[in-house]
Design a protein around this ligand. Sequence first.
Ligand SMILES: NC(=O)c1ccc[n+]([C@@H]2O[C@H](COP(=O)([O-])OP(=O)(O)OC[C@H]3O[C@@H](n4cnc5c(N)ncnc54)[C@H](OP(=O)(O)O)[C@@H]3O)[C@@H](O)[C@H]2O)c1
Length: 313
Amino acid sequence: MKIERGEVVEWVQPLQGKVVGVTGASGFLGRSVRKAFLAVGAKVLPFSRRPARLECFAGEETAREFRTDGKLDFSECQIVLHLAGENVFGVWTQKKRQRILESRIEGTRAVVRAIQRSAQPVTLICASATGFFGDRGEEELTEDSPRGNGFLAEVCQRWEAEARKAEENGARVCIVRLGMVLGKTGGAFPILRSLFWFGLGGMVGSGKQWMPAVHILDAVRIFLALAADLRLCGVFNASVPSPFRSEEFVWELARLLRRPAIFHLPSFFVRMVLGELSELILASQRVFPKRLLGIPFGFVAPNLKDLLQKALE
Ligand SMILES: NC(=O)c1ccc[n+]([C@@H]2O[C@H](COP(=O)([O-])OP(=O)(O)OC[C@H]3O[C@@H](n4cnc5c(N)ncnc54)[C@H](OP(=O)(O)O)[C@@H]3O)[C@@H](O)[C@H]2O)c1
């Protein structure tokens, strides 16, 4: 994490002393944003379904229970980062799909109700995903583009709609549509890196599909920037400003690891094995973070080369 304790760059100064609630606190993003908000002088309240098992950083956090039964309490928080949700990886059985959808709808509903009960104005920053766009070929996608088709697009639209209900009570709401988040400590990248390292890397589908992705450090900095600037609200695409295709990702990763990437899984095979989950890998989303480029926020990994180099550091 590049935002070290004591290093308070100008644009995060408004966060000093703020109380920030983080749901999904034990997750890949949850752990990273908690460390970053602590580092810039905010007080962090991590919310977890299993608070007793949560690793608390620097002895400064007191874990709270994330619950959806109307007893969720954000009364101390000025900012809530809502990151909780069933992981989308795994076999998409009917039950898994239900958990993916319901954990986001019910969870976000509970978060919004808790914000509505709060006596103080709250900023809600809710994760979403570029899955919102479905499979869009060569189309250039910005925050103004309509949703696409497919299960994930529907999940994202309903998830975002639930979060935006907090606006009805005057909350500032930011939605962060994340591409695949790359980092060493979680998500899909450590598995991909190992596969490539053992020479098992290769193309999935045609390789021509656009692949939105963002480095974990940029993802965290986006959450910091949105939390700090009270003028920002609405949807923000969070992926590198220079989009790349899946085949470019494969070649660059193989080149950096000095490993061959000879395997090829054709689309029909991926669909046959993964079923609907294949939309996660085969969908083409040429996403641009148009709104983030309009604010004084600089990506530390704005293109594929920087993204992979940083992820491998
Ligand atoms: N990582 C990515 O590449 C990526 C890309 C696009 C969007 N996103 C979205 O960003 C958010 C955070 O991502 P992440 O990578 O940190 O995910 P993650 O590592 O899977 O963590 C999500 C956290 O949510 C909680 N959770 C898990 N299953 C749940 C369920 N069924 N109901 C309620 N809470 C549940 C867990 O925290 P506790 O056990 O502590 O409660 C878990 O640690 C997710 O909503 C994800 O969909 C992530």
